[in-house]
Design a protein around this ligand. Structure first.
Ligand SMILES: C[S@@+](CC[C@H](N)C(=O)[O-])C[C@H]1O[C@@H](n2cnc3c(N)ncnc32)[C@H](O)[C@@H]1O
Length: 213
């Protein structure tokens, strides 16, 4: 790694692989969010999973419920693991910022903790991109670590990372300005099950697309 450059999301998550899944498997808030989304989805919905990680729990839960999932992740290791673990979903190795999904081609999208290595401008643009990819009335389930930080060097599960995020109300406002109405939000604190895991705030939002973004 070049000492002057922050580690890329791909390098961080290539190194973590299934350790990430194990560390976050106990998140009741993540399971609740997926449960709420499942209640809103019509049978055989098409769902975009942004930063799909190992495919568990998100893609797995959706596929088990009969939905069609496209997972996109910038980490080749994560895409390999997810493809093996959730063969019923499609996974693509790509940077979400370079994906150009067809307007209105998904019924729902999940964006769970996948924006944190992007600039604030890119996070807002990805939320808009996701909004455009949904049919009107389509749903977004999103989660972030709601901290008012920009380009902060931190340690995540023992690895150096650079983190950019928004506080709770700013993140919710970004989702709204990407063309969504926020239906519900849940705040909690979660400690990853990892020797170097530290308590972190989590914010889960459920939103509906109301207008072109
Ligand atoms: C914190 S993990 C969360 C994984 C999964 N969403 C979950 O909650 O279990 C973030 C994931 O987003 C991916 N990611 C980060 N930036 C990305 C980008 N620009 N495009 C696509 N995937 C990205 C990472 O590689 C990683 O697998």
């Amino acid at each position: 790694m070049d000492a002057d450059r922050p580690p890329t999301a791909a390098s961080v998550f290539d190194a973590l692989g299934t350790d990430y899944e194990r560390a976050f498997a106990g998140s009741a808030a993540h399971r609740d969010s997926l449960g709420q989304l499942l209640h809103l989805l019509a049978p055989h919905s098409r769902v975009l999973d942004v930063g799909s990680g190992t495919g568990r729990p998100t893609a797995q839960t959706l596929v088990d419920a009969g939905h069609e999932v496209l997972g996109v992740d910038v980490s080749t290791v994560m895409v390999d693991i997810a493809s093996r673990q959730v063969p019923g979903a499609e996974f693509r190795c790509a940077d979400i910022r370079e994906l150009n999904p067809q307007e209105g081609s998904f019924d729902a999208a999940c964006v769970y903790f996948s924006l944190l290595q992007m600039s604030r401008a890119d996070q807002s643009e990805v939320l808009r991109l996701v909004g455009r990819s949904l049919r009107p009335g389509g749903h977004l389930a999103a989660a972030t670590v709601p901290l008012d930080v920009e380009g902060v060097n931190a340690t995540f599960m023992g690895r150096p990372v650079q983190v950019t995020s928004f506080g709770e109300s700013d993140f919710t406002a970004r989702v709204a300005s990407a063309g969504f109405t926020v239906l519900s939000q849940e705040s909690s604190v979660f400690t990853p099950a990892h020797p170097a895991g530290l308590p972190e705030p989590h914010l889960f939002l459920l939103a509906r697309r109301i207008r072109p973004s």
